[in-house]
Design a protein. Structure first.
Length: 276
C-alpha cells in the first residue's frame, strides 16, 4: 500500500501549521511560485537541495522528506497480535480508499467494526465470510468517508455505536454510546482504551488494544492528518499522546499503510527530534 501523503501534501500541511499561503512560501524560500504550485500538485519532484530548503523553512526534517519525495521509504508492516484478528478493508468513497477494520477477539470471536466507510457492503460481506456478527461499532470520527455507512451497518448488525463526547453524531443510528479520554471498553477478553486525539476533528478518538492503535486520521505513515479543526491540537495529539506510546506500538491509520510509533519517530518529517 503506498503512502497516503506525497511531498505536495506534506508541504501543504506544513504551510497550514504556519498559516502560510503559497505566496508566503515563495517569499520565504525564493523558489518560484510556479515551481511551488507544481510541487504541491504532484507535477514536479524538485532537486534535493530544493527539498532541503523547503524542509528547513517549514520546520520539517530534510533527509526524511527527501526519502518520501523519492519514494525510498515505506514502513515495515507491524506484526500480528496473539489475542485478536484485525482485518483491514479498503472501503471506497468514490475513488478514495478508506481503511475500515474488523476486530475479532480470538478467544470469544466477539467482533467490532472500526469505522464504517461510506459504502460498507464489503464489511458486511466480510463479516458473513468470517461467520461473525459485530457487537459494536467504534468511530474514530464522524466524517462521511469514515461514518457514512453507519445506517446500513446499524441495520445489518443492530449494535451500539461508540463515539467521542465532542464529536457530532452522524446520521444512521439512534443507539450511541459516548466515550471520553481514558474510558475502557470490553470486547470479549479484549480491553479497548479510548484516547482522545483531537485536531482532525474536535472529537477525534483513537482506540488502543494491547500493542495496537487504531488512529483514524490523526497520523499517517510519514505524515499527519488534515487539521480540519485545529493544527496545534492535531500536532499535540501526535507528539503528546500517539508518539509517547512505546516504540513497538502498531499504528493503523484511516488511510495508507500501517506503521509503528518507532518508525514514525525515525522517519516522519514532521516529528523527527520532536519527541523524547
Amino acid at each position: 500500500m503506498p503512502l497516503e501523503d506525497e511531498l505536495g501534501d506534506i508541504l501543504q500541511k506544513a504551510r497550514d501549521g504556519k498559516m502560510w499561503s503559497q505566496d508566503d512560501l515563495v517569499k520565504a524560500t525564493d523558489i518560484s511560485g510556479e515551481d511551488i504550485r507544481r510541487i504541491e500538485s504532484y507535477q514536479l519532484t524538485p532537486e534535493n537541495s530544493v527539498i532541503e530548503k523547503l524542509a528547513k523553512t517549514l520546520d520539517l526534517d530534510g533527509p526524511a522528506l527527501i526519502e518520501i519525495a523519492q519514494e525510498r521509504w515505506i514502513p515495515e508492516p507491524p506484526g500480528s497480535d496473539p489475542d485478536f484478528d484485525l482485518v483491514c478493508l479498503n472501503v471506497f468513497m468514490g475513488e478514495y480508499p478508506v481503511n475500515c477494520f474488523l476486530l475479532r477477539c480470538k478467544e470469544t470471536h466477539e467482533t467490532a467494526v472500526v469505522d464504517t466507510g461510506a459504502n460498507p457492503k464489503k464489511i458486511i460481506s466480510k463479516a458473513k465470510e468470517m461467520s461473525v456478527c459485530p457487537s459494536m461499532i467504534l468511530l474514530t470520527h464522524a466524517h462521511p468517508d469514515h461514518a457514512g455507512g453507519l445506517g446500513e451497518l446499524s441495520n445489518a448488525f443492530d449494535c451500539p455505536t461508540y463515539i467521542d463526547h465532542k464529536e457530532p453524531k452522524p446520521r444512521g443510528s439512534s443507539n450511541f454510546k459516548i466515550v471520553k479520554e481514558g474510558d475502557e471498553l470490553t470486547l470479549g477478553k479484549l480491553r479497548i482504551r479510548c484516547i482522545e486525539t483531537p485536531g482532525h476533528t474536535n472529537g477525534g478518538v483513537s482506540y488502543l488494544i494491547n500493542q495496537t492503535l487504531l488512529s483514524g486520521d490523526v497520523i499517517f505513515a510519514g505524515s499527519m492528518g488534515r487539521a480540519n479543526s485545529s493544527w496545534s491540537d492535531l500536532f499535540n495529539s501526535i507528539t503528546e499522546k500517539v508518539l509517547r506510546l512505546p516504540d513497538n506500538i502498531s499504528i493503523y491509520p484511516g488511510h495508507g499503510p500501517a506503521t509503528t510509533v518507532g518508525q514514525e519517530k525515525n522517519h516522519n518529517p514532521f516529528f523527527i527530534g520532536r519527541v523524547g
